[in-house]
Design a protein around this ligand. Structure first.
Ligand code: AMP
Ligand code: ZN
Length: 481
């Protein structure tokens, strides 16, 4: 390690904060479970991306950019994908390619670096089959009615990662037990594909074509790209059981190894009004909607503002995602941009990299303590506003390090300044608002909407507020970002 800082990470395996010591400091290896590509990523899905991007940046700083390998997979075979492609009447490939491209664009807008490898499940079917064959050969899996199942009873410490005993799991199991399963908790490694579903020639002498279960995908891809044992495995807390527990079981039993990943890290949920944001609950906001539409708060939000909201809480804590937080993050970034302007710094990435403050790295080395890291930025901004240009350089370097690109908020602030300084535009908008008001009073809703759309096309957003006392509607406007 080239740095004097000792990175500490909370390891789900030990449930304690441990010193991070990589197996091979010349190649630090991290795997994070990636998206199942059938729909836009919601902001909850973006949380692990931002959390592990921050860790990736830190590891690159500590060990050197060429000494870190970050793999994040794309799950492009899944029942949800099949169902969505059929519902839309598109091919599976079209759906998965389109969704993966959207995912890349959205995550790049949040300032996330691309992982070093991004393996796709469908390109690793042979690796999965080889692993399944090994599990059957070593007595950890069995074939039953066209399926291959992992025999959890064959592994002494199954349940260690999630801290559950097999007996507890059996007692609490609500899963309907398929008649071909030996044990209730046994899980699918391979299953038959019906007519019209994607399928591959099956392993273990099964005649019908089939497809892999979800868990085996990650085990096979991680082994292929990072080796049988690697350093860090990450994902959301919801993945600890069963997904990660099953990854551990498959990988250790097929490789005959003591550990799969040495450090397991899990981010807390992103919530909306106390509930986990998820597609199945239907309470989700997509990253795309925040970036590209006015669905939330009637405006588009800068990627850096979204990232800052995700960075304000410690990654292990639950995070309540609100419009107010987005507003605060936007205001904060705008203020920081103005501070850099005052110091004559434009905040371009890489500016004054040498000025990266020590206490920023120290905060991040404390189990990725981003709230503590942001406190460093607040201090630097205060000092920079007081005329300390070096502190301004430190702020610029820290923002770049944290993936907070100010160009979006700068552009919005600039636009707002131009508009405010453009009396002709303001007069035109006011005139059109008056025309719209008259149209509404005449109940000419078509004309009223036409004017609203005309202004929207020019990036001017109208906001109507009804005065509770008088019932009068007051219309204000702003230029969308
Ligand atoms: P999925 O597409 O559901 O497999 O999720 C992809 C990643 O996002 C996984 O690491 C999940 O743990 C994570 N994730 C999903 N929903 C949330 C949420 N509401 N808060 C935080 N992480 C989440
Ligand atoms: Zn996984």
């Amino acid at each position: 390690m080239t740095s004097k800082h000792q990175l500490k990470l909370t390891n789900t395996l030990s449930r304690t904060k441990e010193d991070f010591v990589p197996e091979d400091p010349s190649n630090v290896r991290m795997y994070v479970c990636g998206p199942t590509v059938y729909d836009y990523a919601h902001i909850g899905n973006a949380r692990p991306v931002v959390v592990f991007d921050t860790l990736y940046r830190l590891l690159r700083h500590l060990y050197g950019a060429d000494h870190v390998t970050y793999a994040r997979n794309i799950t492009d075979v899944d029942d949800k994908i099949n169902a969505r492609a059929a519902a839309e009447g598109v091919t599976i490939r079209d759906l998965t390619e389109r969704t993966a491209a959207q995912y890349h664009a959205d995550m790049a807008a949040l300032g996330a670096l691309s992982p070093d490898v991004e393996p796709r499940a469908t390109e690793h079917i042979e690796d999965m089959k080889a692993m399944i064959e090994r599990l059957v050969a070593t007595g950890h899996a069995y074939v039953a009615e066209g399926h291959v199942l992992f025999d959890v009873g064959s592994m002494e410490d199954y349940g260690r990662l999630s801290g559950r005993s097999l007996d507890d799991m059996r007692a609490g199991a609500r899963v309907e037990v398929a008649p071909y399963k030996k044990g209730a908790m046994d899980f699918v490694l391979w299953k038959p594909s019906k007519e019209g579903e994607p399928g591959w020639p099956s392993p273990c002498g099964i005649a019908e074509p089939g497809r892999p279960g979800w868990h085996i995908e990650c085990s096979a891809m991680a082994a292929r790209h990072l080796g049988e044992t690697f350093d860090i495995h990450g994902g959301g807390i919801d993945l600890v059981f069963p997904h990660h527990e099953n990854e551990v079981a498959q990988s250790r039993c097929s490789h005959g190894s003591q550990v799969m990943a040495r450090y397991w890290l899990h981010n807390g949920f992103l919530q909306v009004e106390g509930e986990k944001m998820s597609k199945s609950l239907g309470n989700f906001i997509t990253v795309h909607e925040l970036l590209e539409t006015d669905k939330v708060g009637g405006r588009r939000w800068a990627g850096a503002a979204i990232r800052l909201v995700l960075t304000m809480s410690h990654y292990r804590q639950p995070l309540d995602f609100t419009e107010k937080a987005l507003e605060e993050a936007t205001a904060l970034l705008t203020r920081w941009a103005a501070t850099l302007d005052k110091c004559g710094l434009d905040g371009a990435p890489g500016e004054a990299a040498a000025a990266l403050p020590d206490d920023l790295i120290e905060a991040l080395c404390d189990d990725i303590n981003t709230p503590r890291a942001l406190a460093v930025l607040h201090r630097l901004a205060r000092e920079a506003r007081g005329g300390d240009v070096d502190a301004g350089r430190g702020l610029a370097a820290s923002l770049a390090f944290l993936g907070l690109d100010l160009s979006g908020v700068r552009a919005a602030a600039e636009e707002a300044r131009e508009v405010a300084a453009d009396p002709a535009l303001a007069a035109r908008v006011d005139g059109l608002i008056a025309e719209r008001k008259a149209a509404r009073e005449a109940k000419d809703w078509g004309e009223a909407d036409r004017i609203r759309d005309l202004l929207a096309a020019e990036g001017v957003v109208l906001k109507d507020t009804r005065d509770k006392a008088t019932g009068e509607v007051e219309t204000s406007w702003e230029v969308a970002q």
